[in-house]
Design a protein around this ligand. Structure first.
Ligand code: UT7
Length: 343
């Protein structure tokens, strides 16, 4: 055991401990060449500015719940039990505006009847979901929570907007969390979360909600996701760096204690900038953005699952997690990686 402090609940045995992990990406792949064929962009621009070469996208007819069910099944398999008494789904792209998507996902996973609801924190959704799941466990509401982060994010993207169409992609990742002790491997550490709604306009879908209603006339672009890339970049580096430092400090650790750095896969340059500021060497940085792109809230569990499956992340590694995105919302936490087989 690392000795890192963890976010324990109101008594022994109520920490949230990761006991299974799985991920899923839809089969259709879009290459940079595919994008070059229909947008004013180049493979070189996309690779050098974002680090992305290929990404997975949902086919028409596939929705967030389809991705979530696949990832959820794999996480339950990894945990060695199909049982969970709570389901939390972090997503920006629910199947429909009402109701939440989580109950349908729970029912399809054979978990009909359990508390199930969505969490909306865009690219920080997995960390906000971890806090929510930890709270359910700490409060005694649940013993085993299935936390899924799933995004059919390309359904929000304007296919003609080269500033976002080359970056965002679809996928899902999930973990099973059980009640356990704060000092055991897999226990989620102190969670640092924050937001700044004054800057919500930097990342938004302007229309389609209760303020600019679906039925009201609006320019087609206002129904799509848009992002002020350069400003977002600056805030992403600043907040992920600061939240990471705070999470480490609350865990009684420093950057030198980090064996694996797992950041929301927003853009390869942002990841490098944050890791450089934290002085975490390249060999300790996890990344899969090159072949999955930016999958928003799904990116962290997808990264963890793929890294564990590839042997880049193994039991005993002390992991620093951080994310940043729309809201603005950000977060960070630490944990010692448990002995789990990722699917
Ligand atoms: O996941 C949630 C959080 N998201 C992020 O953290 C993303 C943050 N931002 C970014 O990743 C980067 O800002 C981008 C990848 C979105 C853009 O990279 P950048 O280096 O900041 O480029 P820029 O927005 O400053 O644009 C530079 C130029 C512009 O042209 P001018 O004005 O210099 O003539 C853009 O119009 O690049 C142009 N451009 C493109 N050119 C070729 C923008 N998109 C493209 C493109 N292909 N796909």
């Amino acid at each position: 055991m690392s000795g890192w402090a963890t976010a324990s609940g109101p008594g022994p045995g109520r920490a949230a401990v990761i006991t299974g992990i799985g991920s899923y990406v839809p089969p259709d792949v879009v290459t940079n060449e595919d994008l070059v064929a229909r947008l004013d962009t180049t493979d070189e621009w996309i690779r050098t500015r974002t680090g992305i070469a290929t990404r997975h996208v949902v086919a028409p007819g596939t929705s967030t719940s389809d991705l979530a069910v696949e990832a959820g099944q794999r996480a339950l398999k990894s945990a060695g039990s199909a049982v969970a008494d709570g389901v939390v789904l972090a997503t920006t792209t629910p199947d429909q505006p009402c109701p939440a998507t989580a109950p349908a996902v729970a029912a399809r996973l054979g978990l009909r009847g359990v508390p199930a609801f969505d969490v909306s924190a865009v690219c920080s959704g997995f960390l906000y979901g971890l806090a929510t799941a930890a709270g359910l466990i700490a409060g005694g509401v649940a013993e085993r929570v299935l936390l899924i982060a799933a995004e059919a994010f390309t359904t929000l993207i304007d296919p003609q907007d080269r500033g976002t169409a080359v970056i965002f992609a679809d996928g899902a990742g999930a973990v099973v969390l059980r009640a356990g002790d704060p000092d055991e491997p897999g226990a989620v550490g102190p969670l640092v979360l924050g937001s700044d709604g004054e800057l919500s306009h930097l990342i938004e879908v302007p229309a389609g909600g209760s303020r600019r209603r679906r039925a009201e006339p609006s320019a087609p672009q206002e129904q799509y996701f848009r992002m002020h890339g350069r400003d977002t970049y600056r805030h992403a580096v600043e907040h992920m760096t600061r939240a990471s430092r705070e999470a480490l400090s609350r865990a009684g650790a420093g950057p030198a204690d980090v064996d694996r750095f797992a950041a929301h896969q927003a853009n390869a340059r942002i990841l490098t900038a944050v890791a450089d500021r934290l002085e975490i060497p390249p060999a300790r940085r996890l990344s899969n953005i090159e072949h999955v792109g930016n999958t928003a809230g799904a990116s962290l569990p997808l990264l963890l699952a793929e890294s564990a499956a590839a042997g880049r992340l193994t039991a005993g590694h002390r992991v620093l997690l951080t994310a940043f995105g729309g809201g603005l919302a950000w977060g960070a936490t630490t944990l010692e990686w448990p002995d789990v087989k990722a699917f």
